[in-house]
Design a protein around this ligand. Structure first.
Ligand code: NAP
Ligand code: ZN
Ligand code: ZN
Length: 352
């Protein structure tokens, strides 16, 4: 067993607190990673506060995990001790269903095994995430991190990066497309950087006037304050694609009306409550409303390689694990520029 230090939520209402548990010894195809950094995704907060209703406590959140391999099982060929490694939102899937065979393990028909708040396929134990000192993961779900990127700033690529890269690719965003990004948080700022790198014209929608200058710096051609009707009107009916990253309930119709004929808006944000929708916003203009969930492992590696090649990382604020509860409160106020990343060295300091 591998003694593991972590921070966990013990109930939906309690702040995260130190928690010690054992990780399994590596199975034949497992990689043991000593975690150096872990990004803080809004999904961590939704999950530990039971907003999606699948909590089985304690929960150690965290699915933007980077570190070094310290041991491998006897059948591991893809990694060796000393290698940089990343783990995102999934740690396993059935590997046999049509979606797994199509490299879309996130849609595994038997249910992908998520990095935390899920069940291991072999022993039924609860999976626990990256706010921890170590993690043990099957080699097929471990990613190679580009050596040239700042490791802490690359951690958010494992969720925020792939969750925005995948829909931009799926809906063929590139030169000549006009793309809207709704919400400038962790996912939103990666969507902005990636859509810009793909050569699209990008407009950032935000509720925070204070983020205007940052949005332009991050690659937006225009920034629209979404509660300013005049600014909104200027872009009505002009977008090929809109990616909505907002974490709280909000009006979808206003953004659907921004789409061109046959345009698509994809939701990646997962608000706690359902959102009403006016059919007219879809009918007039034959528009589509879609959703997208992270990305498969092969596409995640493709995204990491793309980011390595183009020097794309997240804009981060490093925090100590002891500051995680305060970071959650700031995230709820949209006060993050643009991703918190936990320096796991602080976990050792806490234990000393
Ligand atoms: P985040 O960093 O908190 O960003 C969310 C942004 O949404 C905020 O910065 C804010 O941007 C905007 N916002 C927040 N509350 C709002 C409100 N009431 N009305 C309008 N805008 C609001 O969160 P994140 O980590 O990027 O995650 C975003 C969402 O995606 C979460 O629901 C998360 O669970 C989900 N997610 C989904 C997937 C997937 O695979 N589909 C993967 C990861 C995360 P402005 O200040 O610019 O308005
Ligand atoms: Zn996430
Ligand atoms: Zn499957």
């Amino acid at each position: 067993m591998i003694p593991t230090a972590s921070y966990a939520a013990h109930t939906a209402k309690a702040p995260l607190a130190p928690y010690h548990f054992d990780r399994r010894d590596p199975r034949e195809h497992d990689v043991v990673i000593e975690i150096e950094y872990c990004g803080v995704c809004h999904s961590d907060l939704h999950t530990v506060r039971d907003e999606w209703g699948k909590g089985s406590y304690p929960i150690v959140p965290g699915h933007e995990i980077v570190g070094r391999v310290i041991a491998v099982g006897p059948g591991v060929r893809k990694f060796k001790p000393g290698d940089l490694a990343g783990v995102g939102c999934m740690v396993d899937s059935c590997r046999e269903c049509v979606n797994c065979k199509d490299d879309l393990e996130q849609f595994c028909m038997k249910g992908a095994v998520f990095t935390y708040a899920s069940r291991d396929r072999h022993d039924g134990s609860a999976t626990q995430g990256g706010y921890s000192s170590h993690i043990v993961v099957d080699q097929d779900f471990v990613l190679h991190m580009p050596e040239n990127l700042d490791l802490a700033a690359a951690a958010p690529l494992l969720c925020a990066g792939i969750t925005t890269y995948s829909p931009l690719k799926h809906w063929k965003v590139g030169k000549g497309s006009k793309v809207g990004v709704v919400g400038l948080g962790g996912l939103g700022h990666m969507a902005l950087k990636l859509a810009h790198a793909f050569g699209a014209q990008v407009v950032q929608f935000t509720t925070s006037e204070s983020k205007r200058a940052d949005a332009l710096r991050l690659g937006a051609h225009d920034v629209v304050l979404s509660n300013d009707e005049e600014q909104m009107k200027q872009h009505a009916g002009s977008f090929d694609f809109i990616l909505d990253t907002v974490s709280a309930s909000h009006d979808l119709d206003v953004y659907l009306r921004m789409l061109k004929r046959d345009g698509t808006m994809a939701l990646v944000g997962v608000p706690e409550k359902p959102t009403p929708l006016a059919a007219g916003a879809l009918i007039f203009g034959r528009r589509s409303l879609a959703g997208s969930l992270i990305g498969g492992i092969a596409e995640t590696q493709e995204m990491l390689d793309f980011c390595g090649k183009h020097g794309i990382v997240s804009d981060i604020e490093k925090i100590r694990i002891q500051d995680i509860n305060e970071a959650y409160e700031r995230m709820l106020k949209s006060d993050v520029k643009y991703r918190f990343v936990i320096d796991m060295a602080s976990l050792k300091a806490a234990a000393a």
